[in-house]
Structure formats: C-alpha cells, structure tokens
Design a protein around this ligand. Structure first.
Ligand code: MTE
Ligand code: MO
Length: 208
C-alpha cells in the first residue's frame, strides 16, 4: 500500500512518536519529594508523578480497600492462563514461586482514601504468556480474582504487559501477601489506580 520506503517511514515515525511520548512522560512527571506526608498524595494520578524518592510505606501502615477477607485454599487454588494462547496453563502456587522473580517499588493510589508505596515481588506476565505460547495479535489481557461470587475483572493493554508496568505479585515488602492484600496473588499496575490492582487473582485470559 505504501511501498517499501513508505512502510519504513511509517515504522520509523511510529517508533519516534513512541520514544518522544515516553521521554515526555518522564520529564513532565512531578517528583514526590522524600518525606512527603502520604495524606497529601491521596488525590494524585499515579501516571503523573515520580515516586522513586518517596519512602517505602511500612506494611502495618498500608490502607486496605474492597474485598479483604477472602480465604484462598492453596490445595485447590490454581492460576489459569487461557484465551489467545497456543498452550493453556494451570499453575500451582509452588510453580508460581519458581518463575523468574520481578521486584519493583510501585505506588498504589486509592483515590481520596490512601496511598501505599510498597516493594512488590512477583513475576513478569510477559514471561508467563511466552510460556503459554501467546499468539500474535494479542491486544489485551483480562485478569480475574477471586473465583466465585466476588469476582473482579480488569482489562490491561498489551504494551503495559510487555513493559512490565503491570505484573503479578505474591510478596509485598519482602513477606508473602497478607490475606487482606490479596494472598496468594495480586495485580501490581504501575500508573493505574488501585481499583485495577485485582486481589486474589486466579485467571489470566489473552484476547486478540
Ligand atoms: N478482588 C478484588 N480486588 C480488589 C478490590 C476488590 O474489591 N476485590 N478492590 C480494589 C481497590 S478499590 C483498591 S484501592 C485496591 C486496594 O488494595 P489493598 O487493599 O491491598 O490496599 O485493591 C483493589 N483490588
Ligand atoms: Mo480503591
């Protein structure tokens, strides 16, 4: 349609626009100074701030919102990976712990209520989806938890998965997730509000 040169130009301009967007997002993020009172941050948009200088919140000071008392039974719990994949997976918790670890300090903002700055440890969804032989053309994932009447479903675009902005965690501040924070597995969604941080995750589905 564009000819070879036209196509190359299209690709190059897409890459350039992507890079400019990325750099722009970094320079326009407002740095949160060390020592900032977390109460002053409850209305920030996590995508517009740089929290890298902010202290890590003590786990006992974390706020809690939404479902907080779901009891996961590890004997029957499984993580299902299905949808637009060549090889659907079902993993036990011990399999999850063997995946290559990914650890990041990320700010969770529940607007108007609280901000938790935790160190989250888990694994890359990009890696897991590769193991499931995710098919080309996958545009987004849905992530669900917990199984049953209280299920919450959120949708995440593929670039956030590839950039590891969105991943799954089984530890916070070095300890296994407490029940109220989503044991055994929860979403960590950098730059997204807390409502997307699904707790008690049991299923990931790839969509074209
Ligand atoms: N399954 C499930 N996940 C959930 C919720 C919920 O009600 N059910 N609440 C969400 C909301 S609104 C927020 S702000 C965060 C809070 O996470 P925390 O309780 O670990 O601080 O969890 C999110 N994940
Ligand atoms: Mo929230």
């Amino acid at each position: 349609m564009f000819g070879r040169r036209g196509f190359l130009l299209q690709v190059l301009s897409a890459i350039t626009i992507g890079a400019v967007d990325f750099v722009w997002a970094q320079v326009t993020r407002k740095p949160i100074p060390r020592g900032t009172d977390r109460k002053d941050l409850v209305n920030v948009n996590p995508a517009e701030v740089d929290a890298s200088s902010l202290e890590i919140t003590k786990l006992e000071d974390f706020g809690v919102m939404g479902l907080d008392s779901y009891e996961a039974e590890l004997k029957s719990w499984q993580l299902i990976v299905d949808g637009n994949v060549g090889k659907p997976l079902s993993l036990q918790f011990e399999d999850v712990l063997k995946l290559p670890p990914l650890e990041k300090a990320v700010l969770l903002v529940c607007p108007g209520f609280f901000v938790n700055h935790g160190i989250w440890t888990g694994f890359s969804l990009n890696e897991l989806l590769k193991q499931a032989e995710v098919k080309g053309g996958t545009e987004y994932l849905t992530i669900r938890g917990p199984e049953g009447n209280y299920e919450k479903v959120e949708r995440f675009n593929w670039p956030d998965i590839v950039q590891e902005k969105v991943f799954l965690a089984y530890k916070v501040n070095g300890v296994l997730l407490p029940k109220k924070h989503g044991f055994p597995l929860r979403v960590v969604a950098q730059d997204h509000y807390g409502s997307q941080w699904v707790k008690y995750v049991y299923r990931i589905t790839a969509h074209a």
